[in-house]
Ligand binder design. Sequence first.
Ligand SMILES: [Zn+2]
Length: 231
Amino acid sequence: MDRVGFDKFKHKIKNFNFKGDNTMILKEDKFIQFNEQIKQQGGCKKVSFEEGEQIAAELLQELTKSKTGVGIAAPQIGYDAQVMVVNVKKPMVFINPTILSLDDEIIYKEACLSFPNKHINTHRYKWVNIKADNFQDHYSCGGSMVFGPTNEHMEEDGQDPDGLLEGVCIQHEFDHLQGITMYDRRYIVPQVKSEKTYGRNEKVILIKGDESKTIKYKKAEPYLNDGWVIQ
Ligand SMILES: [Zn+2]
C-alpha cells in the first residue's frame, strides 16, 4: 500500500541496510496477470518460517526503496507466498497471516505500489484482529494482535491516524495474499437522484436489473412504480 497524504511520517526502518536501486516490484500488467493466477488458485501458498523470513527481508528492502510505501505483499514482487510487511508505526512482518475479525466499517482513501499514482476510496474497517505464524518469535505474542487507532490502554483513539493507517494497510496487504486488490474494495459514491424534469413526449431510458427500455416519459409512471429507474 502506498502512503496517501501521510508524508509527515518518516520511514522507521533503521536496522536494514540494503544496496541497489533496481526495484523488484512487478510492472502493473505483469502484476495483474500474476494476481489473477493467485486469485484462481484461492490465494498464496503457505510458507515455512525460514522461507517467510527470507521473503520478508526482500519485501522490507523493496519498501525502503519505494520511499512512499507503507506496506507490500509477496505477490507484488512475484512470490506465491503468504508473506507481507507493513511499516507504519514500526516494521511488522506477517508470515501465513489469518484475519480473525474486522470491526467498524469505514471509507478510506488508499493507493498501491502495484498501481502507481492511482488513489481510490475503499471500504475498510477501523479494527483488524490478525494472527500469524511468526508472532511468537518476532513479537513475543503467540495469539492474535489488534490493529487500529488505539492508545496505550488499547482504547479507541481518534487522534491516532498512524494506527488507522496501519490497520487499513494490514487489510490491504492481506488482500494481496488472496489475489484481491484495492479495486475489489472500491467505494462508489452513491448517485444522487436526478432532479431533472422531463417533457411528456421526451424519450427516457428506463433500467431495471439487466433490462432497459426507451419510452416516452408520459408512459413511464407505471414502470417507475414497479422499481424501474430513469438512467
Ligand atoms: Zn497494494
